[in-house]
Design a binder for this molecule. Structure first.
Ligand code: ZN
Ligand code: ZN
Length: 342
C-alpha cells in the first residue's frame, strides 16, 4: 500500500518548534484516525516546549474522524474532543467510571503517543467524545482541561460540602478561569466566587466572567475577601500550586470548609489544630476528570458556548504554532487559553 505523508510540528526544545515529515498512521481494530482541527495550549506543555519532544504534543484536541479500523465505535465524519487518558475500562476504578484513576492506562495522546498537533493521529475509540454540530470544534476543546478539570474539582468539593455558598479560587490563569466558569454554571450564576491573581489582564477577564477579582499585588487575601463581604469562603480551590497560596486560603476557610488542590504543585503546610480538627475542614486532591463527566459538560457547553468561549483569548493557525507558544509562555502573557487550529 502506498504510504502517505504529512507535515507536523517538531518540538525541538529550547522554546523552538520546527516541522518534520511523518507518515500518516493507519487505524487498526477499534481505532479511529482523527483529522486534527484544534488544540488548546496548556501550562503542562512547558516541558515539551523547553526540553523537546519525540512525539507530537497536543492533549486538548478536537477533530473529525476520517478513517476507522474494524469494530471501531463511531462513524467517519463525526466531530469530537479527545479525552486524555486512554483508560483500560476493566480495572476497579474504570468499573465505577473513575477513568481518571485508571490503574492501567494504555496511553496519553500528546504525552506518550502522537497528539493533537499532528495533522492526522490515531486513537483508541474509547477516548473519542462526539459533539453536536452546533459546537464549534475550537470550543469543543474546552470540554477537556477547562470544563472537565474545572468541573471535576467543584464536584470533589460537593462530595464533602452540601450547602456551598461562596468560593475562592487561587489563580486566574486558564485553569482558574475554568474553575470560575464551572462554579458559576454548576452552582448558581450569582454565587460569589472570589478569584485572586497578580496579573491585571487575567483579573479583568475573570471579572468579565462573573468573578470577584482580588489583585494580590495591591491587597492581601483577607482584605480582598472582606471587600466583597465574604468573610470565610466555604470552598477554596487552588490552581497555583503554591504552598503559600494554599496556606493563605486554608487559614480563611469557613468551618466545614473544603480546600481542593488541582493539578501539580508544591507542598502544603497545616496543623491538625487549629487548621483542621476543630473546624472540621477537609483537603482534597483533584485530577483531570472522568470520561462520563463529558456528557453533562457537553450540555453546559451547548447552553453557554458564548460565555465559555471567552476563556479562549487568542487563536493561531498551525503554521504559527511557534508564535502561539512564545505568546503563551512569555512572562507577561496576557493570554487565557490559546487555541491552535488547522
Ligand atoms: Zn492541559
Ligand atoms: Zn482502568
Amino acid at each position: 500500500m502506498k504510504k502517505e505523508f504529512m507535515t507536523v510540528p517538531h518540538f525541538l526544545g529550547d522554546g523552538k518548534i520546527s516541522t518534520k515529515e511523518q507518515e500518516i498512521p493507519k487505524p487498526e481494530d477499534n481505532q479511529l484516525l482523527i483529522q486534527a482541527k484544534s488544540n488548546l495550549l496548556c501550562g503542562s506543555d512547558r516541558n515539551q516546549f523547553y526540553n523537546g519532544s519525540k512525539i507530537i504534543p497536543g492533549h486538548e484536541g478536537a477533530g473529525i474522524i476520517v478513517d476507522k479500523g474494524k469494530n471501531a465505535k463511531f462513524e467517519i465524519g463525526m466531530r469530537g474532543a479527545i479525552y486524555l487518558y486512554d483508560y483500560c475500562g476493566e480495572c476497579r476504578n474504570c468499573k465505577i467510571n473513575a477513568t481518571n484513576q485508571c490503574l492501567s492506562k494504555r496511553a496519553e495522546p500528546g504525552f506518550t503517543v502522537d497528539g493533537a498537533y499532528s495533522q492526522y493521529y490515531v486513537i483508541n475509540d474509547n477516548i473519542f467524545f462526539p459533539v453536536d454540530d452546533d459546537i464549534d470544534l475550537i470550543n469543543a476543546s474546552l470540554l477537556l482541561d477547562v470544563m472537565g478539570t474545572g468541573g471535576h474539582a467543584t464536584k470533589r468539593a460537593q462530595l464533602i460540602h452540601k450547602d456551598i455558598q461562596s468560593l475562592l479560587i487561587n489563580g486566574a490563569g486558564p485553569i482558574g478561569l475554568g474553575l470560575l466558569a464551572m462554579s458559576k454554571l454548576t452552582f448558581a450564576k450569582d454565587i460569589p466566587v472570589a478569584i485572586n491573581d497578580v496579573i491585571p489582564s487575567r483579573l479583568l477577564l475573570a471579572e468579565k466572567m462573573g468573578g470577584l477579582p482580588i489583585d494580590l499585588s495591591k491587597k492581601n487575601l483577607q482584605e480582598g475577601l472582606d471587600n466583597y463581604g465574604i468573610k470565610n469562603p466555604d470552598v477554596a480551590i487552588d490552581a497555583t500550586g503554591k504552598t503559600i497560596a494554599r496556606k493563605n486560603a486554608l487559614d480563611l476557610l469557613a468551618k466545614r470548609g473544603v480546600l481542593v488542590l488541582v493539578g501539580n504543585g508544591e507542598g502544603l503546610e497545616f496543623e491538625q489544630y487549629p487548621d483542621m480538627g476543630s473546624k472540621e475542614r477537609s483537603i482534597l486532591g483533584s485530577e483531570y476528570f472522568s470520561y462520563n463527566e463529558l456528557e453533562d459538560n457537553h450540555q453546559l457547553l451547548k447552553n453557554n458556548q458564548e460565555y465559555l468561549s471567552q476563556i479562549i483569548t487568542h487563536k493561531y493557525p498551525i503554521d504559527e504554532i511557534q508564535k502561539a507558544y512564545d505568546h503563551f509562555f512569555s512572562p507577561d502573557s496576557n493570554a487565557g487559553k490559546i487555541a491552535v487550529y488547522q
